[in-house]
Design a protein around this ligand. Structure first.
Ligand code: AMP
Ligand code: MG
Length: 354
């Protein structure tokens, strides 16, 4: 694949109307456009145009059985995708749209199978990022958009990541600064009796429970999927968010984690490997390795979320072979950080205690 990719810089605070109109035209004509959202960068195409949607799968090398999220800029656009908006979904939309929340509902037959991977449900989100929102509004069509990375890699949080992955593979890349949350949207399924959290993200389980009462957590959020289980969210079965380097998560008491990581780093350096450590702002000075990066302040987990994928990509750029990552507590957005980190590590998790 070798296409001509236009790169368009757009001001994320005040998107220039003429540039938005130009990019919207590319979408309407069946092209692929990468753009920033408040979660991560997305790669968009007209959701009701099968040929356009196939270009997304081809550009990313995405498996065809991994369904896409459809992005909208109005509730009336949702009515065209689903037969009925359940009460729980209405509450969620009122509270968190536009924002980093995707809702899975029963689909109308006009939603192409290529989007839903043959499922009878469709995942829908209204993004709040000014560029994403205005682009979808100007295009006047629902926009299918997975993360704008080559499948399996960490999701892009700045325009340069998208250029690194997709230049020559898509029609247009909008460079509009940094994504704010830094992790993909929360995905919640409201088609069953009880709402089910399929993917943790910027809107936390606590927030969802406060609004809806009980919300179950799908097993795939916290555990490695068993071989013979058909996942409720097909994307969860694939290896994900992985840099080229091997990732190993180290958990436990702070001082044990630091000691264990330093020992493992030294052992691997002796074997001739280049070692990276993903630290927190208060531990960065305590590690010895070839590359030590801070993901953020552990007491402000949203800073860690915002930097996680950026750091994983930076380790790759530095040519690191193995990354030891200090884990974070399982509260609020910490659930989403742990979910991405564990998947990036292929569930290689070491306990430093005992
Ligand atoms: P990405 O586009 O990379 O953010 O991934 C989209 C995620 O949403 C994947 O994990 C998909 O499996 C999930 N998803 C999309 N559509 C559906 C659906 N209809 N039912 C369940 N999960 C879905
Ligand atoms: Mg993705």
């Amino acid at each position: 694949m070798k296409m001509k990719t236009q790169i368009l810089k757009i001001n994320p605070q005040k998107p220039e109307a003429d540039k938005i109109a130009y990019a919207a035209q590319v979408l309407r004509e069946g092209g692929t456009v990468a753009f920033p959202t408040e979660t991560v960068y997305g790669l968009g195409a007209d959701a009701l145009n099968e040929t356009a949607v196939r270009k997304i799968f081809e550009a990313k090398g995405r498996p065809a059985d991994n369904p896409l999220i459809v992005h909208v800029s109005s509730i009336s656009a949702v009515d065209k995708l689903v037969d009925e908006i359940p009460e729980a979904a209405k509450k969620l939309m009122d509270a968190y749209w536009p924002g980093p929340l995707t809702i899975v509902m029963q689909k109308k037959s006009r939603v192409p199978d290529v989007i839903t991977a043959g499922l009878n449900t469709v995942a829908v989100r209204m993004p709040s990022h000014p560029i994403a929102y205005r682009l979808i509004e100007a295009a006047g069509i629902p926009v299918a958009a997975p993360s704008a990375n080559i499948s399996g890699k960490p999701s892009p949080t700045v325009g340069q990541h998208v250029i690194d992955d997709l230049l020559g593979r898509v029609d247009m890349i909008i460079d509009g600064g940094s994504a704010q949350v830094g992790l993909e949207s929360t995905v919640i399924d409201v088609t069953g009796e009880k709402p089910l959290l399929l993917r943790p993200g910027g809107i936390t389980h606590t927030q969802l429970k406060r609004l809806l009462g009980a919300v179950d957590i799908d097993a795939g959020v916290t555990e490695k999927l068993k071989e013979n289980i058909v996942p409720r969210s097909p994307g969860m079965k694939y290896s994900h968010y992985s840099p080229k380097a091997e990732v190993i998560v180290v958990e436990g008491k702070r001082k044990n984690v630091i000691a264990r990581i330093n020992r493992l780093a030294q052992e691997n350096q002796k074997r001739g490997l280049k070692v990276g450590v993903l630290a927190m702002s208060d531990t960065i000075a305590l590690y010895n390795a070839d590359r030590v990066l801070t993901a953020g302040d552990e007491n402000r987990p949203e800073t860690v979320a915002a930097n996680l994928f950026y750091c994983l990509r930076a380790f790759d750029a530095a040519g690191v072979d193995i990354i030891y990552a200090q884990s974070v507590a399982d509260r609020e957005i910490g659930m989403a950080i742990r979910n991405r980190l564990h998947k990036a590590a292929g569930y290689q998790i070491i306990s430093a205690d005992g």
